[in-house]
Design a protein around this ligand. Structure first.
Ligand code: HT7
Ligand code: ZN
Length: 852
C-alpha cells in the first residue's frame, strides 16, 4: 500500500456545509440515507469524490434526480455536481458483522459508532478528512424494545413512536464538525443524570448511559466530569457550549474513549468503578480519561486538526491538559512520577526503535498506527516544555490566542506554536524542531568545581540519535531545571531553568564554597535521557534531601539502576547503598506514603533492558530479584511496620487512604521477595479480608508471582467471585499473563483456550496477549516459543480487528536489541506474518517497518 505524505496535503476540492443523515437501524442491516449540501472549493469541473468502505451502494441522486456516478475502488465519483447541489446516497451496512469496531457496530446489544480516524466512510459516502466541517442533523428509527434509547451529537430536537413497534429520534448539532466526530448510539441503556451550571450561568444536562445493572458504578465518572467542566473554566477559561453532554459506556472498544461532539463514547473500563471491582489506579484512569475526552471539546472539537499529520495538535495538548487536571486533584509529584514512568516504558522504546516517528510524522500507510505514545505522551511533553519556558501566565496567553484565532477551524501544529510566539513576543523557531525530529535526545552533564574561585562549571552537551529516515539531527532547545546542593552542608546554592540551545553549553555558578551535587531535569522538565556522572553517595544524598520530589525519586531510580547494571555486568552487586537509601526513605516521617511507594519501586525489567547494549532478559530478572530479596530481607522490620501501619479498618476513597493502600502492597511484595515465612499467609489474609479491589488485586499479584500453595486457591476464589464481570475477569487474565514465574508462557497458552477468552474483545485481548507481550521473561524465552505464540495471535486477530492486531507488533520489532539467536527468531516470526495472505495494511505497516 502507498503511503500518504504530509507534503502532499492539498485543501479539499469540495466542502460540505451541511449533512442530513437518516438511519433505519438494525443490527443485521442498517440503511443509511445521507443528503449532503456541497460547495466547490477547488478546480472548476472536478467531480465530487467521496470516500466509502464496505458499503453496499443502493442509490445516488443529485438534486433528487438519478446521478451520473462511478465507483473507483472504494471511492464514489459523482459527475456534473455544482456548488449548492444536494447529493443523496443510500447505502446498506451490517453492524453485527463489523468486527473491526470502526464505523457502526454492535457491542453487547448496543449499536454504536467509532469514526476517528477514518470510520465515517464505513457508514456513508463522504469526504472523510478532518478539514471538511459540516452541520449535522440526524434522524434514527429503530425497534423500540431493542433500542429504547437513541442518542446522537448535539441537542435532541424530536422523537416519537412509529408503526410496528418502532420509534424515532432527531438530533441537531449546531457546531460544524469534521465527520470523525460524528456519533450515534442505540440501545437499552439507563442514565445517571446530573446538571452542571457553567460560569456564564447556563445549565447543561449531563447523562452517563450504561447497561441498567451498571448504573451504581457511574458516580465516580460523573464527579470527574463535573470537576473537569469546572477546571477547564478556571484554568483555561473554556466553557461547555451545548445544552446536553452525554457519555455512553460500551464493552467492545478499540481504544480508551472517543470525544464525539456532545456524545462521548467510552470503553466501559474508563467509566465503571466501585470499590469492589475497581482499583485506585482504575479510579484514577476513569477520572483522567473522562477529563481528557471532555477537554477535547475545545482542544480537538472547537479547534480541530487540518489533517492527520497534525494529530498531536489535539492529542498532545489534551494529554497535557488532563495531566494538569489530575495533578491538581491529588499529589502532583506522584502524578508526574507516574506519567514519566509511562513515557519511559512505552514512548522511549518507541523513539529508539524501528517505528520511531516525530510527533508530526511525515508519512503513514495506516493512520490508526499513529495513535502512539509519541503523538500523545511525547506530544504532551513538548507542550509542557512551552509551558515551562513561558510560565503559566504566558502559556495561558498563548492558548487564549490560539482558541480565539482558530475557533471553528481545522488548524495545524504550526498555528499552535505561532499563537504561543505572538502572545508572548518570543521566537520559537528552533523549538519547532521538536515537532519534526524523532528520537530521544541524550544530554551529557558534567560538573566541575573550582574550590579556590568558589565557582562551579556545568557543561551540557546534547545528541539526538538517528532514527528511520532521519540520519542526522539538529540540536533542539532543551529546558532543564537545575539545582546545586552543597556536599557538606546540604545547602541549596542554585535553582534555575537553563535552556540548552546548541550542541554544547557551559553554565557558570558563582558563590559555591563547597563541592556541589547536581540535581538536573527536575520535574522531568524535558523528555530527554540525562547522563550525569554522579556517585552512589551523591544519588543517595539527593534521594534523601532534594527538595524536588521528582528529582528525589529520580535519584533513587538511578541508584537502583546503577546497582542493577553493575550486578548484571559483574555477577554480583553491593546492595548496601540502595538498602540505606531505601531505609531512609521508608523512615522519613515527612514523606507522603504514596510518594514512598513510588520511590522504593525498582525499575522494571524492560527499563533495565533499555539501558543495555544487548538485552539479557535472564540476567536482568536474576539481578532484579536478588536486589528485591536483599531489600526485603534487610529491611524486613521496616516493611512489617509499614504493612501494619497502612492496614485500614474500612475502605475510604481519599488521597491519604489511596497512598496507604499503595504502600501496603509494595511492603507485602518486598516481604515476599525477602522470603518472610509468613508472607504468603499475609497475602492470602489480605486477599480474603479485602473490602476493595486495590488490596485484593495487590495481594493476588504478589501470590501469582510465587510458588506458594495459596496461589491457586486465590486465583480460583477470584475467578468464582467475579465470574461474569468482564472488567474484573480481564484482571484475572492479565495478572496471570504478567506473572514472573517460569511457567507463564504455558499458562498463557492454556488461558488462550479458556472459554472466557475471546479474540474479538479488545480489553480481553490486551489483558492476556498484551500482558504476555509486555512480560519480558515470558516473551523472550530462549526457545522462541513466546515469539511464535505472539505471531500466531497477531495473525488470528488481524482477520477480525486489524487495528488491535497491529498494536501487538512492536515487541517483536525490538529484535535488534537482543542476541543473534533471539533476533533471528523474532525476525523469522515477523517474516512469517508478512508472508500471510490478506494481511491488513495496519499489520503490514508495523511489520514491514519492524523488519526494516
Ligand atoms: N481521539 C480518540 C482516538 C480514538 C481512536 C483512534 C483510532 C481507533 C479508535 C479510536 N477510538 C478513539 C481518543 C482520544 O484520544 O481521546
Ligand atoms: Zn485524545
Amino acid at each position: 500500500p502507498a503511503p500518504t505524505r504530509r507534503e502532499d496535503y492539498r485543501p479539499p476540492e469540495w466542502l460540505v456545509p451541511s449533512i442530513d443523515l437518516d438511519f433505519d437501524l438494525g443490527a443485521e442491516r442498517t440503511l443509511v440515507r445521507s443528503r449532503l449540501t456541497v460547495e466547490r472549493n477547488g478546480a472548476e469541473g472536478a467531480p465530487l469524490r467521496l470516500d466509502g468502505e464496505n458499503l453496499t451502494l443502493l442509490d445516488v441522486r443529485v438534486n433528487g434526480a438519478p446521478a451520473d456516478y462511478a465507483l473507483d475502488g472504494d471511492m464514489l465519483i459523482v459527475e456534473g455536481v455544482n456548488s449548492g447541489d444536494s447529493v443523496e446516497t443510500t447505502v446498506a451496512i451490517q453492524p453485527a458483522a463489523n468486527t473491526q469496531l470502526m464505523g457502526l457496530y454492535a457491542s453487547g446489544g448496543i449499536l454504536c459508532t467509532q469514526c476517528e480516524a477514518e470510520g465515517f466512510r464505513r457508514i456513508t459516502f463522504f469526504p472523510d478528512r478532518p478539514d471538511v466541517l459540516s452541520r449535522y442533523t440526524v434522524r434514527m428509527s429503530a425497534d423500540k424494545a431493542l433500542y429504547p434509547v437513541l442518542l446522537a451529537n448535539g441537542d435532541p430536537v424530536g422523537s416519537g413512536d412509529l408503526e410496528g413497534g418502532r420509534h424515532y429520534a432527531e438530533w441537531n448539532d449546531p457546531y460544524p464538525k469534521p465527520c470523525y466526530l460524528f456519533a450515534l448510539v442505540a440501545g437499552d441503556l439507563q442514565a445517571n443524570r446530573d446538571r452542571f451550571v457553567t460560569q456564564s450561568g447556563r445549565t447543561v444536562d449531563l447523562g452517563i448511559w450504561v447497561r441498567p445493572e451498571d448504573l451504581p458504578k457511574t458516580h465516580h465518572a460523573m464527579a470527574a466530569l463535573k470537576a473537569s467542566m469546572a477546571w477547564d473554566e478556571k484554568v483555561y477559561g473554556r466553557e461547555y457550549d451545548l445544552d446536553v453532554f452525554n457519555i455512553v459506556a460500551v464493552s467492545d472498544f478499540n481504544f480508551g474513549a472517543m470525544e464525539n461532539k456532545g456524545l462521548n463514547i467510552f470503553n466501559s473500563r474508563y467509566i465503571l468503578a466501585d470499590p469492589d471491582t475497581a482499583t485506585d489506579a482504575d479510579y484514577d484512569a476513569v477520572a483522567g480519561v473522562v477529563a481528557h475526552e471532555y477537554f477535547h471539546n475545545w482542544s480537538g472539537n472547537r479547534v480541530t486538526c487540518r489533517d492527520w499529520f497534525q494529530l498531536s495538535l489535539k492529542e498532545g495538548f489534551t494529554v497535557f491538559r488532563d495531566q494538569q487536571f489530575s495533578a491538581d486533584q491529588g499529589s502532583a509529584a506522584v502524578k508526574r512520577i507516574e506519567d514519566v514512568r509511562a513515557l519511559r516504558a512505552i514512548q522511549f522504546p518507541e523513539d529508539a526503535g524501528p517505528l520511531a516517528h516525530p510527533i508530526r510524522p511525515e508519512s503513514y500507510i495506516e493512520i490508526s498506527n499513529f495513535y502512539t505514545a509519541t503523538i500523545y505522551d511525547k506530544g504532551a511533553e513538548i507542550i509542557r516544555m512551552m509551558h515551562t519556558m513561558l510560565g503559566g501566565e504566558g502559556f495561558r496567553r498563548g492558548t487564549d490566542l490560539y482558541f480565539e484565532r482558530h475557533d471553528g477551524e481545522a488548524a495545524t501544529c504550526e498555528d499552535f506554536v505561532k499563537a504561543m510566539e505572538d502572545a508572548n513576543g518570543v521566537d520559537l523557531s528552533r523549538f519547532r524542531l521538536w515537532y519534526a525530529q524523532a528520537g530521544t535526545p541524550r544530554i551529557t552533564a558534567s560538573l566541575r568545581h573550582d574550590d579556590a574561585a568558589g565557582r562551579a562549571h556545568l557543561t551540557l552537551e546534547q545528541a539526538v540519535p538517528p532514527t528511520p529516515g532521519q540520519d542526522s539531527k539538529q540540536p533542539m532547545p532543551v529546558p532543564l531545571k537545575v539545582a546545586l546542593f552543597g556536599d557538606l552542608t546540604g545547602e541549596k546554592y542554585a535553582d534555575r531553568l537553563i535552556v540548552l540551545e546548541g550542541v554544547a553549553q557551559e553554565v557558570i555558578f558563582d558563590g559555591i564554597g563547597e563541592r556541589p551535587i547536581l540535581s538536573i531535569n527536575r520535574d522531568f522538565s524535558a523528555p530527554v535521557i540525562v547522563e550525569a556522572d554522579r556517585s552512589a553517595g551523591d544519588l543517595a544524598f539527593l534521594s534523601a534531601n532534594d527538595d524536588n520530589p521528582f528529582a528525589r525519586y529520580e535519584a533513587m531510580q538511578q541508584l537502583m539502576l546503577d546497582t542493577l547494571l553493575g550486578a548484571i555486568r559483574n555477577g554480583a552487586a553491593d546492595s548496601g547503598p540502595v538498602t540505606e537509601a531505601v531505609r531512609r526513605t521508608l523512615s522519613d516521617p515527612n514523606l507522603d506514603p504514596a510518594f514512598i511507594a513510588e520511590a522504593v519501586l525498582m525499575p522494571s525489567e524492560a527499563f533495565i533492558g533499555d539501558q543495555m547494549e544487548m538485552v539479557d532478559p535472564n540476567a536482568i530478572h536474576i539481578a532484579r530479584e536478588a536486589l528485591r530479596a536483599d531489600l526485603g530481607a534487610d529491611l524486613e522490620r521496616l516493611w512489617r511496620d509499614l504493612y501494619a501501619a497502612t492496614t485500614a479498618n474500612r475502605f475510604e476513597y481519599s488521597p491519604a487512604a489511596k497512598g496507604a493502600r499503595r504502600l501496603r502492597t509494595v511492603a507485602l511484595s518486598y516481604l515476599m521477595a525477602g522470603g518472610a515465612e509468613d508472607a504468603a499467609a499475609l497475602a492470602r489474609q489480605q486477599f480474603d479480608a479485602a473490602d476493595n479491589m486495590t488490596d485484593r488485586q495487590g495481594a493476588l499479584g504478589v501470590l501469582v508471582n510465587s510458588d506458594a500453595p495459596e496461589r491457586e486457591a486465590a486465583l480460583a476464589a477470584f475467578y468464582d467471585r467475579y465470574r461474569g464481570n468482564a472488567l474484573v475477569i480481564d484482571k484475572w487474565f492479565s495478572v496471570q499473563a504478567l506473572s514472573t514465574r517460569p511457567d507463564t508462557g504455558a499458562v498463557v497458552k492454556a488461558l488462550a483456550d479458556h472459554p472466557d477468552f475471546t479474540l474479538s474483545n479488545p480489553n480481553r485481548l490486551r489483558a492476556l496477549i498484551g500482558g504476555f507481550a509486555a512480560n519480558q521473561c515470558a516473551l523472550h524465552v530462549a526457545d522462541g516459543s513466546g515469539y511464535r505464540f505472539l505471531a500466531d495471535m497477531i495473525l488470528a486477530v488481524d482477520k477480525l480487528n486489524p487495528q488491535t492486531a497491529a498494536r501487538l507488533v512492536p515487541p517483536l520489532g525490538r529484535w535488534r536489541r537482543f542476541d543473534a539467536d533471539r533476533a533471528d527468531k523474532m525476525k523469522a516470526e515477523l517474516s512469517r506474518i508478512l508472508a500471510a495472505d490478506d494481511l491488513s495494511k495496519d499489520v503490514f505497516e508495523q511489520v514491514s517497518k519492524s523488519l526494516g
